[in-house]
Design a protein around this ligand. Structure first.
Ligand code: IPD
Ligand code: CA
Length: 269
């Protein structure tokens, strides 16, 4: 077995355990612990508890690896590998009782940004929907559910136009620009979805459920696992330079569609 497969299997096992914990806590009721960057950007007690659980599991298994998570202080790597973790991606869905929330866990080498890391392995568990997506570098990507495990492939044909996922930032000051971008992309679209969890959007692109996904302002933990799952499903993930709010644009799709979306994004920014 190669190291990427070991890392993927560990990410998958811990993501599933963490997903179970998040789902149990959701059933017991959710309390908002705080607002972060804006009032709309919330964290629940469960986000913190699930991150602490994942961190403790990783530290026990791989004490020399670094850690970067959404809800706690980062630690440096001594092994060269860092775990990039979103304990609950889609916290607003989680708090609102909607099922599209996910645990996202990735192992990367090098830096801890999309531009600087080499992603080795990742898992996205969607506990309320009973699916786990995962990937190991060079080994493809998969989805597992009660009905079995299957390999993922991005869509390459969309005769009726592309089904495109996107998201809006939590800062109302950014909404007008994001809506202008959406308008510019619409001629390529059959329809749009705003699922509310970047890791789920990316996993759905990998699975060919969405043809494409684009969003500004994603953080490393939002896209570390999902972007590898897209790439290993034959897709392309590109980042465009920062907008005036300091947010990079992430686009995930089959390479040709990603390039067409990038052209349209650039036409309005
Ligand atoms: C958010 C979700 C959302 C996206 C935001 C992310 P969080 O992550 O992925 O879909 O629009 O940009 O921050 O805060 O729920 O972990
Ligand atoms: Ca989160």
């Amino acid at each position: 077995m190669n190291v990427e497969i070991d890392l993927r299997d560990l990410a998958r096992d811990i993501a599933r355990e963490a997903g179970d914990l998040a789902r149990r806590r959701r059933a017991e009721g959710v309390s908002i612990a705080a607002s972060k960057s804006t009032l709309a950007d919330i964290v629940t007690e469960a986000d913190r508890e699930v991150e602490a659980f994942i961190r403790a599991r990783l530290e026990a298994e791989r004490p020399d690896d670094g850690f970067l998570g959404e809800e706690s202080t980062a630690s440096e790597s001594r092994s060269g590998i860092t775990w990039v973790v979103d304990p609950i991606d889609g916290t607003v869905n989680y708090a609102s009782g909607m099922p599209s929330y996910a645990v996202s866990i990735a192992a990367v080498r090098g830096g801890v940004t999309f531009a600087t890391w080499e992603a080795l392995a990742g898992a996205v568990d969607v506990p309320a929907l009973g699916e786990t997506f995962d990937a190991a570098r060079g080994e493809g990507s998969r989805v597992a559910s009660a009905s079995g495990t299957s390999r993922l492939h991005v869509a390459s044909e969309y005769p009726a136009g592309a089904l495109i996922g996107t998201g809006l930032g939590y800062d109302p000051a950014t909404h007008a620009g994001d809506i202008a971008t959406m308008q510019a992309v619409m001629p390529l679209a059959r329809d749009v979805r705003r699922i509310g969890a970047a890791a789920v959007d990316l996993s759905y692109v990998a699975a060919g459920r969405l043809d494409a996904y684009f969003e500004r302002g994603l953080k490393s933990w939002d896209l570390a696992a999902g972007s590898l799952i897209v790439a290993e499903a034959g897709g392309s993930v590109v980042e465009l330079p920062e907008d005036p709010f300091g947010r990079r644009m992430t686009i995930a799709a089959h390479a040709d569609l990603a390039a067409s979306i990038a052209d349209r994004v650039r036409s309005v920014n």
